[in-house]
Design a protein around this ligand. Structure first.
Ligand code: HEM
Length: 453
């Protein structure tokens, strides 16, 4: 047990809230466990009247996600914290309801459907257009992160709904069909509504079982606006049908894949279509935008890695932005994959995952004098799987664990200590979308090379 800091567990609660608000929640977990001992990898913590377990042990992660996945499910707090925004869908449901969602959504993520290089190419061009070098070949100092979120939002809305919200280029506002009985929704506010909504959800999650204390008019407003937009896309699909869409066919006569159209072949329930597609929108926009941000953060700070990667990319794909790129070439570009893995390891796009025991059970590690024996987990106990903390264990990754070093991935067999996309039955459906996405290069200015992932 992590030592109590006061009788009622208030100090820990306050500390964890403060860390979440300061965007240093993952580091707070590492510090709290290290304070108990560098060898302590699974601990029980009391927060107010509530006990939970935190683990940075790969064996326990394997148990929660895979080998004992029948003993664990996502928790009610997660479900309830997210529900006002996402409703009941793949992200927020449990048991049989989740199985139904997964069966509905999973077939849409086959390799052919997610490998639309034109889609990513078009939106990447818009991203590049925002980065304009001056006469000396350099841009002013600029904040790239909002551009990456906008890029992700444009790409994923077109993939899901057939219409991009054009967050990157407001002047390219899509000509939208009229939907009887509905005002045209505000496409441009979607990014801001997501950002605020997500902030509320994080706060609600940090309040554990008291999530309901964190409700606000602003959160309700953001949820309503997002629902209005998605309902509008759904209504278009249900009113005009797949064939009624102009965008169902691309210029060259090639049929465009639109995820909502495929879902609508399985169900015509507007609420189901809203919830499932919104879950994907939420899952894809923030994670992909954040990953791009971290990639550039690390490349900007590690000149050696940047130069090495740039020369490998140019050698593999050539300098032309319009050149053909094959999956075989992508797979061969090992250094790029190692660099992305290292971003995932050091920064952890999803730094903390969770499960709740659905029956009395055990976890394989954390008990006995040296922590190598099983521990008892009562039904209802929440387990925080601290993936960021797992990825910063010196005894697993070596003494240079805090260094950004893509070379550490050469010849490394990935085990349960590295789970950027989760694992087991609830693993990430967008994984292939991220890892087989196209990569092209463009030289911007004298010394800058942009990568499109
Ligand atoms: C850098 C990018 C991404 C990262 C790091 C990531 C990470 C994750 C993780 C860790 C989970 C597991 C959650 C859990 O165990 O409860 C997950 C689930 C999921 N992800 Fe992703 N994700 C990414 C991109 C995407 C994209 C682009 C999409 C879809 C377009 C997507 C769709 C999903 C869905 C639907 C689930 C829920 C699966 C289920 O519960 O059955 N993800 N993701």
């Amino acid at each position: 047990m992590l030592p109590k800091k006061d009788m009622f567990g208030i100090t820990r609660f306050r500390e964890s809230m403060r860390a979440t608000r300061a965007d240093r929640g993952p580091k707070y977990v590492v510090e709290s466990m290290d304070a108990a001992g560098k060898h302590v990898h699974t601990a029980q913590v009391r927060v107010l009247d509530y006990d939970l377990n935190v683990t940075r042990d790969p064996e326990n992660a394997r148990a929660c996600f895979s080998s004992q996945s029948h003993d664990f499910d996502i928790g009610l707090h997660r479900t309830q914290s997210w529900k006002p925004l996402l409703g009941t869908g793949i992200f927020t449901s449990q048991g049989e309801t989740w199985k139904h969602s997964r069966a509905l959504v999973r077939p849409q993520f086959s390799k052919e459907q997610i490998s639309d290089l034109d889609l990513a190419g078009r939106h990447t061009q818009e991203l590049l257009d925002k980065i304009v070098p001056g006469l000396d070949g350099w841009t002013d100092t600029m904040n790239l992160q909002p551009l990456f979120y906008n890029f992700a939002l444009d790409t994923i809305t077109e993939f899901l709904y057939g219409y991009s919200v054009h967050a990157q280029n407001h002047r390219a506002h899509a000509t939208l069909p009229v939907v009887s009985g509905m005002d045209e929704p505000n496409l441009l506010e979607l990014g801001a509504n997501f950002d605020h909504g997500k902030r509320w959800i994080e706060e609600r999650g940090a309040f554990y079982k008291w999530y309901w204390l964190m409700s606000s008019k602003d959160f309700d407003h953001r949820c309503r606006e997002i629902h209005k937009l998605v309902d509008w896309f759904v209504r278009i699909r249900l009113q005009v049908g797949e064939k009624g869409r102009d965008s169902a066919v691309e210029d060259e006569g090639k049929k465009k894949f639109i995820l909502l159209d495929e879902l609508a072949k399985e169900t015509q329930n507007p609420l189901e279509l809203r919830n499932e597609s919104l879950s994907l929108l939420f899952a894809g926009r923030d994670t992909a935008g954040a990953l791009l941000g971290w990639v550039f953060y690390f490349l900007a700070r590690h000149e050696r890695v940047f130069k090495k990667l740039r020369s490998i990319v140019l050698e593999t794909f050539g300098p032309s932005i319009t050149g053909e790129i094959s999956f075989a070439q992508l797979k061969a570009c090992q250094y790029m994959l190692h660099m992305i893995n290292e971003c995932f390891r050091v920064a952890a796009v999803i730094p903390l995952n969770e499960r709740v025991a659905v029956r009395d059970t055990t976890l394989p590690r954390g008990g006995g004098p040296d922590g190598s024996q099983p521990i008892f987990i009562p039904k209802g106990r929440q387990i925080l799987i601290a993936t960021y903390a797992m990825q910063h264990r010196a005894d697993i990754w070596g003494e240079d664990v805090e260094e950004f070093k893509p070379e550490r991935w050469e010849g490394r067999k990935v085990g349960w200590e590295f789970l950027p996309f989760g694992a087991g039955p609830r693993n990430c459906l967008g994984r292939k979308w991220i890892s087989v996405a196209p990569l092209r290069t463009k030289v911007v200015g004298r010394n800058t090379c942009l990568l499109e992932t």
